[in-house]
Design a protein around this ligand. Structure first.
Ligand code: DX5
Ligand code: ZN
Length: 208
């Protein structure tokens, strides 16, 4: 299992990113919130760019924003492996995915806990990752929604039935227990479980 670490809940992101850099974590999950798609708002790009200097890990950028086209060119500048947008936004999803691809970055599509998995179908041939939200997006430190296990399995069945090689990532409330319900995932994203602990590597290893 690959692990992506979210630093949303860090009190000092620069220090914790430097600490995460000493672990074998696969990706740094960068949560971006615009105060519209979700009510919280994260730091501006200039600040994010500054603190990204503290890591040499590839970034897994999660755009919880109404207008991804404003953000994609900015985050494409960083050491980015994936940029993920939400299927629920009122924008042209295909145009956003194409924009991500234009930067030779892998495109992800995320789905909230109450959105039908079938909404993903039109975009399957164009995406490299599906990010299954196992909490309502907007904040770190929430509890894993139990139904997420079935949703992950449903997404896996969908990918198999269309023969799509995209990977599955799950985000929200992931810890040493809830990860057991995510066996059909390729990547797990975990925030507070890792960064609120005093041994980042131990927690990361427990998720693999
Ligand atoms: C929620 C974010 C998640 C969150 C994960 O809106 O997308 O990435 O930071 O944090 P934990 O693991 O604490 O739920
Ligand atoms: Zn996230």
């Amino acid at each position: 299992m690959k692990v992506s670490a979210s630093f949303l809940s860090c009190s000092n992101p620069a220090v914790d990113l430097a600490k995460l850099n000493e672990t074998d974590v696969d990706f740094i999950h960068v949560d971006i919130m615009d105060g519209k798609f979700v009510s919280n708002k994260t730091m501006p790009f200039s600040e994010m760019k500054n603190i990204s200097k503290y890591t040499s890990k590839r970034l897994d950028v999660h755009l919880m924003v109404e207008n991804p086209k404003e953000y994609i060119p900015l985050y494409a500048e960083l050491n980015t492996e994936y940029i993920t947008i939400h299927v629920e936004i009122d924008e042209d999803i295909m145009e956003c995915l194409e924009l991500i691809k234009r930067y030779s970055i892998k495109a992800g599509l995320s789905i909230k806990p109450n959105t039908k998995v079938s909404e993903l179908i039109p975009y399957l041939p164009y995406i490299d990752m599906i990010l299954v939200m196992s909490v309502e997006p907007g904040a770190g430190g929430q509890a894993f929604i139990e139904e997420s296990e079935d949703r992950i399995n449903e997404v896996r069945a969908l990918l198999d039935s269309y023969n799509i090689p995209a990977v599955i990532n799950v985000d929200g409330g992931i810890n040493g227990d809830t990860v057991k319900r995510c066996k059909n995932c390729d990547i797990v994203t975990s925030g507070s479980y890792i960064v609120k602990s005093d041994n980042f590597q131990e927690k990361i290893s427990s998720l693999r």
